[in-house]
Design a protein around this ligand. Structure first.
Ligand code: PLP
Length: 600
């Protein structure tokens, strides 16, 4: 049975049982049960299900694994973590995360003013806040205000100018100065798709000369005691661990030397994000485990501290993808199947047919197992010729249709005759005649990283899993953009079921979509975010909470600054005040941007 690689990417969060995908938690509800409940209330279109227990599991895993390594190596520093807000700022995701992290003092990382404001409002009180990215004077003042609120906040400076502004603000205002971190520009390149986040020509961080200068500035202004953290971030989705080890050695030595130079309060190394998760349905692409990752961090920092005779630094991470991605599943209804599937009944032969059509007809009738392959190749050649004749005006549309149907029937018959004999040829044919599954969602809105950087997301049907999927599938979204397609890839084939949508519904789940997708999602073609909800467990029983409806058409238009009163009055006047029709129109503009499935 096709299990769609769930053993690779699933991490035991989901299981296949009795032909359906179930949540492996509490009373183990199936995904189809959950979405049926939501759809009962009339919510159509794509649905985003968020599972806070999975976020909690990731947080627990991060802390317990690091604390285990710390114990194993008898390491004297502590483990701390912050969640980088840029990865997912949506309240349905964030509030449960903050609550789950409270027992660990799990904090937040902000990379912009708006994110910092979010952190200031909602961060766990005792937990750290770190601020990265470029900052102007206002943003630095915000940092001082956060400090005044009592937060343990560290401003990581990306350049000397920022440090000078911090000095300026602390002289100008009567507020306590936040802690200061230095982001180091590593000579040992970055990793992953975002390699530019680290490395010597990175957008971010201080060179070794600038670090020495920064230390000088702090000294001259009597602020050395404010320097508490060394920070680096080598890029997202590291597939191997080697670049991290290099970065750790480099920054470890910088930490140790600054301590030796008199940075008495420098106690922390922040190793940024980059911890990968496995997205692949076909082979392992991440070559390390979380245990290896944490052991390497603790071992390397321990080694350097001993070597240089300084205290072991506390470890901070800013893992985002690892924490957020597994928590969210996108469910997309299949609206339609576009097959190149014809039946014999469609054939409308004339009394006299062009010779090529006659020949196709004979090939179809006389085909046997021994001749199947040869006849099929002939048929495909004939079809090409017929299409050329059509373009030249020698045959008509009916002839062309007959040729297409016959070529298809021949291919299908060949597949049957060959089925057990020639598997590779069969696969090749199969890939030629894929089914197009039209899905009720927008790739631009819901899987922007697939569109932008070819990020794969595990995809599978959430029902029918006790039946063999036989169709090689291409997936189409409902935008009218040709990029809104996930093409069949014979190296990573997706096979789906042959379903009759008149009789039953069919849904595909896209997994691991909790990191970056929500906020990067675009309103291309004016499709809004999908309807979403948290699935929480009370006494083991699944409940749907915080349902957030997909935006109405009128609200999407208002979002991009249309005057909706003017818009509505225009529509109304064009109907010459025909109220009955306007009422119907008004219902549509106050409804979702997505399509409605055939069955409802
Ligand atoms: C984006 C970012 C992160 C998060 O990276 P992940 O790969 O999602 O873990 C952490 N720190 C900084 C500074 C970042 O820019």
């Amino acid at each position: 049975m096709n299990r769609y690689g769930i053993h690779l990417w699933g991490d035991d969060n989901f299981i296949i049982e009795n032909g359906v995908v179930k949540v492996n938690y509490g009373d183990k509800p199936s995904l189809i049960e959950l979405i049926s409940k939501i759809r009962e209330d009339g919510h159509r279109g794509p649905l985003l299900l968020r599972f806070p227990h999975i976020t909690e599991k990731q947080i627990d895993k991060l802390y317990t694994t690091f604390n285990k390594s710390i114990k194993e190596y008898d390491y004297k520093g502590t483990f701390n973590a912050v969640f980088p807000l840029k990865v997912n700022q949506f309240p349905n995701f964030l509030f449960p995360l903050i609550e789950s992290g409270e027992k660990y003092n799990y904090g937040l990382e902000a990379g912009s003013k708006a994110e910092l404001i979010l952190a200031m409002a909602y961060n766990n009180e005792e937990a750290p806040i770190t601020v990265n990215g470029f900052k102007d004077k206002e943003m630095i003042i915000l940092g001082f205000i956060a400090k005044t609120m009592g937060y343990n906040i560290t401003l990581t400076i990306e350049g000397l100018k920022e440090l000078e502004t911090i000095v300026e603000v602390s002289n100008e205002y009567d507020m306590e100065c936040p802690n200061i971190g230095l982001r180091v520009r590593l000579h040992s390149g970055g990793s992953g798709v975002w390699a530019k986040s680290g490395g010597i020509d990175s957008k971010f961080g201080l060179s070794s000369t600038e670090i020495l200068e920064a230390f000088g500035i702090l000294k001259n202004n009597d602020m050395v005691d404010k320097l508490t953290m060394i920070h680096f971030h080598i890029g997202s989705a590291m597939n191997t661990i080697a670049p991290l080890k290099k970065a750790l050695r480099e920054s470890g030595h910088i930490y140790a030397e600054l301590k030796q130079m008199g940075a008495t309060n420098l106690e922390n190394i922040n190793i940024g994000g980059g911890l990968a998760i496995e997205y692949s349905q076909f082979e392992r692409t991440r070559s390390y485990s979380l245990e290896e990752f944490s052991n390497d961090v603790v071992f390397t920092l321990n080694f350097i501290a001993k070597q240089k005779g300084v205290k072991e630094p506390n470890i901070f991470t800013e893992s985002g993808r690892f924490i957020a991605a597994p928590s969210t599943v996108l469910i997309t209804p299949v609206l339609e199947l576009f097959s190149s599937e014809y039946e014999k009944e469609n054939l409308l032969l004339k009394d006299t047919n062009p010779p090529l059509i006659k020949e196709l007809y004979d090939l179809y009738n006389e085909m046997k197992e021994e001749t199947a392959l040869e006849f099929m190749h002939d048929a495909l050649d004939h079809l090409e010729s017929v299409l050329t004749l059509f373009d030249l005006g020698y045959i008509d549309l009916q002839d062309r249709s007959n040729a297409e149907i016959l070529a298809h029937l021949i291919t299908k018959k060949a597949i049957q005759l060959l089925s057990l004999k020639d598997y590779t040829e069969l696969k090749r044919i199969n890939e030629k005649i894929q089914e197009k599954y039209l899905l009720n969602f927008s790739i631009f809105q819901s899987l922007p990283d697939f569109w932008g950087i070819d990020q794969e997301f595990p995809v599978m049907p959430i029902t029918h899993l006790d039946k063999k999927p036989t169709r090689s599938a291409s997936l189409w979204d409902i935008t009218c953009d040709s990029d809104g397609e996930i093409e069949f890839d014979s190296k990573k084939p997706l096979y789906l079921h042959d379903v009759d949508l008149e009789k039953e519904e069919y849904f595909l789940g896209f997994f691991l979509v909790g990191a970056y997708q929500d906020i990067l999602g675009m309103k291309h073609n004016l499709f809004s975010h999908p309807t979403e909800a948290d699935v929480v467990f009370k006494n083991d029983s699944a409940q749907i909470k915080n349902l957030l409806k997909s935006q109405k058409i009128i609200d999407v238009l208002e979002d991009i600054d249309y005057d909706v009163i003017d818009l509505k009055s225009r529509l109304k006047s064009k109907l010459h005040k025909n109220n009955k029709i306007y009422k119907m129109l008004d219902k549509f503009i106050n409804d979702t941007t997505y399509l409605k499935t055939t069955k409802s």
